[in-house]
Design a protein around this ligand. Structure first.
Ligand SMILES: [Zn+2]
Length: 327
């Protein structure tokens, strides 16, 4: 995996190369697992807007071997699609008896700009040439740039991007970035588990007044309620913390675990000495149909320093009757 950005030495053209193993490289004489996509950006004066401009930079035709024998040989070797269709029905591009890349293309005397975002390149009818055991004509050539082809002697398909549609297609490859993974390498057999380095998730309770969940065994409901009355939840304990500790006032409920630790035995929030940067407070998510808890959660995300449910319900000195109203 790599990314290479090169400035063209003689022009202001910038090229971005990216690997993309999904692209079809079957035509290449030396197939590899992946290929590269380059977006070539040109300044506004150099933009290719006319069909003459397209013909100057991009061709889909087999060149005349008498004029440029080397280019002719490279195009013949690297830029001829297939062969597919009736002469080679087993070509990998064939789907239901048709080439999925729409080859062979139509003969065309003149280039046509911008048809569905791409030009239709000129393919003038000439005598076919022999490529291996097949007789090939201009209907099977992929668009190329002569300079690039002679420089790299490889399959380089070049398209003039003329509309948002094609630009979007290209940007998808250029800007999606490569796959990334976080990997830690450690000595074999060495136990190196550092809890401080791992993220710790703290689940925070979000419940309506006197509606915290209680776990009980059958027949012991009354005792469970008594016990629950003595214990605070992370939420009611947060109210207590805000009553007693002014330094907690600017910290929202969801951020409180970064600075304080919830002691389950005393059900109190205690100031952390270290390690809080790796702690994430998580609030349960409620459906909007569960209206009051849904809006209470929203208020808790925004309001810091609350000392009671009443405090959360009070907006600009007025006590609302519902969390939805307070929102
Ligand atoms: Zn094909």
């Amino acid at each position: 995996m790599y990314r290479l950005v090169q400035e063209h030495p003689t022009t202001s053209v910038k090229m971005v190369f990216l690997e993309d193993k999904n692209l079809d490289m079957r035509r290449c004489n030396a197939p590899t697992l992946c290929t590269e996509v380059a977006a070539i950006f040109v300044d506004s004066e150099s933009k290719i807007r006319t069909k003459d401009g397209i013909d100057k930079f991009v061709s889909a035709e087999l060149p005349d071997p008498c004029t440029d024998l080397r280019l002719f040989q490279i195009v013949k070797k690297c830029m001829v699609h297939g062969p597919c269709g009736t002469i080679n029905i087993n070509s990998p591009c064939m789907r239901d008896g048709q080439c999925c890349k729409s080859f062979p293309k139509q003969f065309k005397d003149d280039t046509e700009e911008n048809v569905n975002g791409y030009p239709i390149y000129r393919r003038r009818a000439t005598e076919p040439v022999q490529v291996g055991k097949y007789s090939i004509d201009k209907q099977m050539g992929s668009p190329y740039n002569p300079w690039l082809l002679k420089k790299f002697n490889a399959h380089i398909n070049v398209e003039v991007c003329a509309s948002v549609k094609s630009v979007k297609y290209l940007y998808k490859y250029v800007y999606k970035g490569h796959d990334a993974a976080s990997v830690k390498i450690q000595k074999e057999g060495a136990l190196d588990h550092d809890e401080i380095l791992s993220f710790v998730e703290v689940r925070l309770a979000v419940h309506l007044p006197q509606q915290q969940p209680i776990v009980y065994q059958d027949g012991q409901e009354a005792q469970a309620i008594e016990r629950a009355a003595l214990r605070k939840t992370t939420l009611t304990s947060w109210f207590e913390l805000n009553k007693n500790d002014p330094s907690a006032h600017n910290i929202s409920y969801s951020d409180i675990p970064q600075y304080y630790m919830f002691d389950k035995s005393t059900t109190n929030w205690k100031k952390r000495q270290r390690g809080g940067q790796n702690v994430i407070g998580r609030l349960p998510v409620f459906s909007i149909l569960d209206t009051e808890r849904y809006y209470l959660r929203m208020l808790l995300l925004r309001k810091s320093g609350a000392i009671s449910f009443d405090d959360i319900l009070t907006v600009n000195g007025l006590r609302c009757i519902a969390f939805q109203q307070a929102c």
